[in-house]
Design a protein around this ligand. Structure first.
Ligand code: BEZ
Ligand code: FE
Length: 287
């Protein structure tokens, strides 16, 4: 095709897709091409702006490595990760929210009730977090694997901070026979997402701030159930109503109470989660 015009460019590029690519590739590419072309036309993108955007992506690539994924940050700042997450409709299970860029695989495996705090911080408040993991019909589930991670009071996750021990404020726990989990952490501090690279440039372009409310991350997994990636937000933290990455959900806000008399932590928080059985298990349960 030689006479490509504004009117036919999308059809022309889509016609270039091979007929034997997988159906999902075709769906993704067709929609992407149509929407990006429509965006360029509607916004009247200039050539200089296109080059600026490409250079911006090069900078995002240069600052990314195994420990830092600038592209996840960019998707978060634009509300894309939280939107994609919402497309998985909930059906009685707890709400999920963004994974973010700071998860690390294989955290220390710890017994129920253990502390994830390897280095104490002046002025931080300890909190005992506990709860029950059950299925969507309310039956507690034993043997659920729960990874938790949180930032230190200086607002940094351990991999961002050479002063913290490896895997500080991370742990993996199992629920007991009653589906109960429990660990000791610290009150999570609000923190700015990294803004010294392309993510910061985008925030400046938007005139938006980089702050996230204090939260504790959870990844909850058990064979036969849909894995849940979520966060609990401290009910008294700043930024609940203006999270830089739009990930707060009312159902994920938890209250940190003063520890009862005799408690070995400053604060306590009880928070339950529900997991959805995978389709095959739902069919078996219904028989
Ligand atoms: C986080 O909660 O760790 C996070 C989520 C999105 C962007 C940056 C950080
Ligand atoms: Fe976080």
């Amino acid at each position: 095709m030689r006479n490509v015009t504004q009117q036919n460019i999308s059809d022309v590029v889509i016609a270039a897709l091979s007929s034997d690519i997988p159906a999902r590739n075709r769906q993704i590419l067709e929609n992407l091409i149509r929407h990006i072309h429509a965006f360029c036309i509607e916004t009247k993108v200039t050539h200089a702006e296109l080059i600026q955007a490409c250079q911006f992506l090069v900078r995002a690539g240069h600052i990314s490595d195994d420990a830092r994924n600038e592209f996840i940050l960019l998707s978060d700042i634009l509300g894309i990760e939280v939107l994609v997450d919402m497309l998985d409709l909930t059906d009685g299970e707890s709400e999920s929210t963004v994974l973010g860029p700071f998860y690390r695989e294989n955290p220390p495996v710890l017994p129920k009730g253990a502390s994830i705090v390897q280095k104490s911080f002046e002025g931080s408040q300890s909190v005992r977090v506990s709860g029950t993991i059950s299925d969507t019909s309310g039956r507690p589930i034993p043997g659920v694997i729960i990874d938790v991670w949180e930032d230190a009071p200086n607002g940094l996750y351990e991999q961002q901070d050479p002063e913290q021990p490896d895997y500080n404020l991370r742990g993996r726990f199992l629920t007991d026979e009653e589906g109960r989990y429990e660990f000791v952490g610290i009150r999570p501090a609000p923190y700015p997402i990294p803004y010294d690279g392309a993510a910061g440039e985008l925030l400046n372009y938007m005139g938006h701030h980089p702050w996230r409310p204090g939260h504790i991350h959870f990844m909850i997994q058990k064979d036969g159930y849909q894995s849940l990636v979520s966060q609990i937000y401290d009910a008294d933290t700043k930024y609940l109503d203006n999270d830089a990455v739009f990930a707060v959900k009312e159902s994920l806000i938890g209250k940190l109470h003063k520890g009862p008399a005799g408690s070995d932590t400053d604060l306590v928080m009880e928070f339950d989660f529900k997991l959805k059985p995978k389709a095959a298990e739902i069919a078996v349960a219904a028989e």
